[in-house]
Design a protein around this ligand. Structure first.
Ligand code: ATP
Length: 233
């Protein structure tokens, strides 16, 4: 279980997250939704140790996570798939995937995990020698997802994967998320596609201006109410 308690974090003198608390249950998909600028990516950056925490705590299975360097996070079986794909454009698809298993403790499993990635994303196998920079947006997102899975993480953090994708690719993406959920992985999904995110999630948090304004089991969420809060109507 990942627990965030009374968190404040931001960028230098600018505070973005205000006393934010949330819980991510093991084996469940928790979605964090909210409008542009709500602080969703900032929260993920704070969890991953990419920005300092100025107040509060983050813990994983009861152990403090604050202060853990980002490069040690995958030893804790955590991986983040960042917003904007962030693939290595001048490397091939397969080289990008191997980078996901670059840490020494993952190298022995790299070949087996590569096969698993190709089984889950057959188009990446077809394009394994192609430069990542020449992939379509949808293919690049699949590559970013597959690279994140190369270390076989138990906790997968995914930032706005559907951004800019065509509807058919969005469908494919959410099918993959449903499969990853069935595998029993713990996932944090940041999304703006509220309808699809609520559909796949176990628990929903809605953020506004750096705060949680709704925390509810996905099965209890009314999309109308959610959208009222989302658009502050
Ligand atoms: P989006 O859905 O548009 O990605 P978000 O909810 O993820 O939005 P954040 O990216 O976390 O929002 O941004 C929250 C606030 O922090 C915004 O006001 C943004 O301008 C600010 N911010 C983000 N990154 C930085 C940065 N590197 N330096 C200063 N301010 C930043």
């Amino acid at each position: 279980m990942l627990e965030v308690t009374n968190l404040r974090a931001g960028y230098g003198a600018i505070n973005v997250l205000w006393d934010l608390s949330l819980t991510v249950e093991t084996g469940k998909l928790t979605t964090i939704i909210g409008p542009n600028g709500a602080g969703k990516s900032t929260l993920l950056r704070a969890v991953m140790g990419l920005i300092p925490v100025t107040q509060g705590s983050i813990s994983l299975h009861g152990k403090p996570l604050n202060g853990t360097p980002t490069w040690e996070m995958n030893q804790l079986s955590m991986a983040m798939i960042p917003e904007g794909r962030m693939t290595f454009r001048d490397m091939t698809v397969e080289e990008n995937l191997m980078m996901g298993a670059f840490a020494p403790q993952h190298r022995a499993q790299a070949t087996a995990n590569l096969e698993k990635s190709y089984a889950m994303f057959p188009r990446l196998r077809e394009r394994r020698k192609q430069l990542a920079g020449s992939l379509s947006g949808g293919e690049a997102q699949m590559l970013a997802m597959a690279r994140g899975l190369m270390s076989d993480p138990k906790l997968l953090i995914i930032d706005e994967p559907s951004l800019g994708l065509a509807p058919v690719m969005v469908n494919e993406l959410f099918e993959i998320l449903a499969r990853l959920k069935q595998e029993g992985r713990t996932m944090i999904l940041v999304e703006q596609n509220t309808h699809r995110a609520v559909g796949v999630a176990d628990h929903v948090y809605l953020m506004q201006s750096g705060k949680v304004v709704l925390s509810q089991a996905a099965c209890d969420v009314s999309l109308d109410h959610l959208h009222d809060l989302y658009f502050a109507r």
